[in-house]
Design a protein around this ligand. Structure first.
Ligand SMILES: NC(=O)c1ccc[n+]([C@@H]2O[C@H](COP(=O)([O-])OP(=O)(O)OC[C@H]3O[C@@H](n4cnc5c(N)ncnc54)[C@H](O)[C@@H]3O)[C@@H](O)[C@H]2O)c1
Length: 335
């Protein structure tokens, strides 16, 4: 049996605690948050043990730690857990910037302690099937990979302030997917964006709508689309086009689009509300995979090295938006 720690109990940390409390093979959860009141409430709801500090949690004999705190705390918390030799699951992104991600990755890789990163789409049945279709060669040469993430409404503006911007916070999911699906390395990025919603986005140097074009070294093009205001629902889709065939993930009955074709009723809805209901099963599979990691199994999801590649892509997109021109990955890596 396994005991896990969870650090950070906001939107995703509370959700992960709920998921973990329902997983087979877990016989204890120890949880903490900077906000004691929040942690106590989550502990009471899911039968977890609340401790007041991260130190106490890391000293409590847990077999693994889930870092689900706010992004600026990821690097420090993950390194503190790894320093004690504890297998760690870190929510995306692993650090606030690409430079910091690369530094954190170096320490983690030198430690030999397994770390899994929270890019849950890899565990979604439809995304995983799309990946298999690419890998078995049935699509032929890939030419276009299109990945969309649109939130029904923005998270609290305080969250946006510390998020690092739409590319480091939201588009990273798409970047991980297009890297993973193509198996190719990104070479050049052009990103653009606008603010039509809350003017605070602009004040924080962020945008509420973004589009990114990514050129890969193998010749594929990635097209990423993000929005923070998409009231019809949580729109998360992947389309992979090859010379011989094309596949789509996320074209289920809950895709939040109103089809204007009078002869076609698809989709029949209801629309996906948010990432929690769209990826409930993927989160469960992802965390079950992490439990296996705590028992000595391999990291089968996104690794720290994968997360660093994603971080460079997010960095290049952020820089491209700032400049209004394409930016090469080589340029940001060597800056
Ligand atoms: N994989 C996904 O789909 C997904 C979805 C949502 C959020 N996330 C990631 O999860 C992280 C948390 O997001 P959220 O939406 O839950 O944010 P949130 O603001 O709702 O919650 C963050 C929590 O972390 C706590 N916290 C901050 N610093 C801490 C520290 N040093 N020690 C202990 N607790 C600390 C805060 O008190 C807060 O309760 C973010 O990094 C985000 O990128 C991932």
């Amino acid at each position: 049996m396994t005991t896990l720690g969870v650090i950070g109990l906001g939107r995703i940390g509370a959700f992960h605690t709920e998921t973990l409390s329902g997983l087979d093979g877990i016989d204890g959860l120890v949880i903490t948050d900077e906000r004691g009141d929040v942690a106590e409430a989550v502990a009471a709801k899911h039968g977890a043990r609340y401790v007041a500090t991260v130190d106490e949690l890391l000293s409590s004999g847990v077999d693994g730690v889930v870092v689900a705190a706010a992004t600026p705390a990821h690097a420090e918390l993950t390194l503190a857990s790894v320093a004690r030799g504890i297998p760690t699951f870190c929510e995306k992104p692993i650090a606030s910037t690409a430079v910091e991600s690369a530094r954190v990755a170096e320490v983690i890789l030198a430690s030999g302690v397994p770390v899994q990163v929270g890019y849950q789409r890899r565990y979604d049945a439809a995304f995983a099937a799309a990946k298999r279709a690419v890998d078995d060669g049935s699509l032929g040469l890939l030419h276009t990979v299109r990945s969309t993430t649109m939130d029904p409404a923005p998270p609290p503006l305080d969250y946006i302030k510390g998020s690092g911007g739409i590319f480091r916070d939201c588009a990273v999911h798409d970047f991980d997917v297009i890297n993973w699906i193509t198996g190719q390395r990104a070479v050049e990025v052009y990103a653009t964006g606008t603010v039509q919603g809350d003017p605070l986005f602009a004040e924080y140097g962020d945008v509420d709508t973004a589009a990114v074009i990514v050129r890969f070294d193998g010749g594929a093009l990635g097209v990423v689309s993000n929005a923070r205001y998409n009231a019809r629902g949580y729109d998360c889709r992947l389309e992979v086009h090859g010379f011989d065939d094309s596949v789509a993930a996320g074209w289920d009955q809950g895709v939040p689009l109103r089809n204007t074709d009078p002869h076609n009723e698809f989709p029949t809805g209801p629309s996906h509300g948010f990432f929690m209901d769209r990826f409930t099963e993927a989160f469960r599979t992802e965390l079950a995979a992490f439990v296996e990691v705590t028992k000595g199994g391999p990291v089968l999801g996104a690794t720290v090295a994968d997360a660093v590649e994603v971080a460079w892509l997010a960095e290049a997109a952020t820089e491209s938006l700032r400049r209004g021109t394409p930016v090469t990955l080589e340029e940001v890596r060597n800056a």
